[in-house]
Design a protein around this ligand. Sequence first.
Ligand code: NAG
Ligand code: NAG
Ligand code: NAG
Ligand code: NAG
Length: 453
Amino acid sequence: MARHYCGLRNLLICVCTPFCCLLLLFTYAAITISLSLNRVSSLPRVLVTYNPRSVLPESRKNVSLPVVPTTFWEHQSSAYWNQLQRGVDGHFNPILNTKSRNRSVTVHLDDSLLRKSFFEAIRMDHMKKKREELPPAMQRYVSHMQRRSYPILIQPNGACGAKAKHEERTPLILFAIKSSELNIKNRQAIRQTWGQVGWVQGQKNSSNEEEVGGYVRRVFLLGKENSQFLGTDLSHLLHAENRRYGDILQWDFEDAFFNLTLKDVLFWSWFSRNCGQTLFVFKGDDDVFVNTPKLISYLHEELKKPQARMKEFMVGDVIGDAMPIRSKTSKYFIPDSFYKGIYPSYAGGGGVVYSGQLARRLHHISKTVHLYPIDDVFVGMCMRRLNAHPVHHPAFLTFDFPSTEKEEPCTDHTVLLVHKRGPEQLLEMWAELNRTRTQCRDVPLRAPVTKKP
Ligand SMILES: *[C@@H]1O[C@H](CO)[C@@H](O)[C@H](O)[C@H]1NC(C)=O
Ligand SMILES: *[C@@H]1O[C@H](CO)[C@@H](O)[C@H](O)[C@H]1NC(C)=O
Ligand SMILES: *[C@@H]1O[C@H](CO)[C@@H](O)[C@H](O)[C@H]1NC(C)=O
Ligand SMILES: *[C@@H]1O[C@H](CO)[C@@H](O)[C@H](O)[C@H]1NC(C)=O
């Protein structure tokens, strides 16, 4: 009996001791993990409130320093883009990098930081493996994504795009329109309609007879058609077009969908060099309709508001909290091995208006963000870096009119922009807009949602 009892006790010891040990180990692990998770999630709050710009000496205040990253992408993720960006972020992170704690340091930004982080990252073995796992189109993209300087092939001969002969004031707006070599008809329709250069009158209404207007300029942004697919070289046509209209800006890269971001980056650089005076930029596609007179009146109203806003003025069809598209059949497909996180809010690329000041700041800050294959998302990332927020306006219809809406005689007078419209439609709509100008003069724009950031 006693032996029996002893055996039972031994059995209890044998079973219970390891069990207790495991329990202790588990508790320890759980506490450690939860502590380290807390540390990670509290990090961004520290980073966001750190603003190096506020402590700069007066004379340097006009230099836009990179703000420390906020957290729309997953910092810890092993996705390809996230890892590349981490190298750059570390540089501006006051906790990880003691050099940037020196707040009197002026940052002279060039591409070297991006290149350094790119080459450091791709040398790592796990990044090589990661890259091989990407879909073929993405691999092609990745093999060029560190390059962002391409020579200009054709540019307007006047500074800052086509303009009217006698411009007496600083230009109000530059239309910068993404086009491609083959879209000759689109360009021609735009030149004859909403993209006419020179003095353009704003839209008057019965409560406001004040004459407002502004000088408009125009430039088309192009890459090169793949001449292997095209079987011919169109460059002589394009040169002729530029001799006639002076509004072509073409760079030596292939005009592919994933290369569209290059047009933004290179345009900002060109704009910063050539367009010192221009107040606003419209950047959009060559298949949109723009109600230029209304846009001019709208911008005049904006100019009456406090000038400090102009530093970060961007308006368009703002898309918030979007997730990357993971459906392989979509043209916007981004595998999660390339990017993890949500997108910052961004203005749909069909058409967006921002201030010239902001364009120069975007040029600067873009040197701290790795290229992203979707152009409007990349612009959103740069905006977030500047701590600036695009403003949504319902009169920018980058997804066309709601299908439930009936067409009324004055419908086109309620919008600033509609996507998407072909060249023939542009001519028709423009004629109609002029025909109904008096009749529809008091039709207001679709009401902006008033929201305070
Ligand atoms: C910044 O201001 C200084 C003098 O106040 C000026 O010389 C310089 O051109 C300005 N830089 C930019 C980028 O505007
Ligand atoms: C901080 O920057 C200033 C100016 O660039 C330099 O003179 C100073 O030595 C730096 N201090 C440290 C601790 O790096
Ligand atoms: C972008 O342009 C470069 C230079 O022409 C080209 O080598 C690359 O393949 C293009 N990228 C894509 C995704 O087509
Ligand atoms: C008339 O135009 C002014 C300024 O352009 C604007 O503030 C006002 O709302 C407009 N009125 C109507 C009825 O559209």
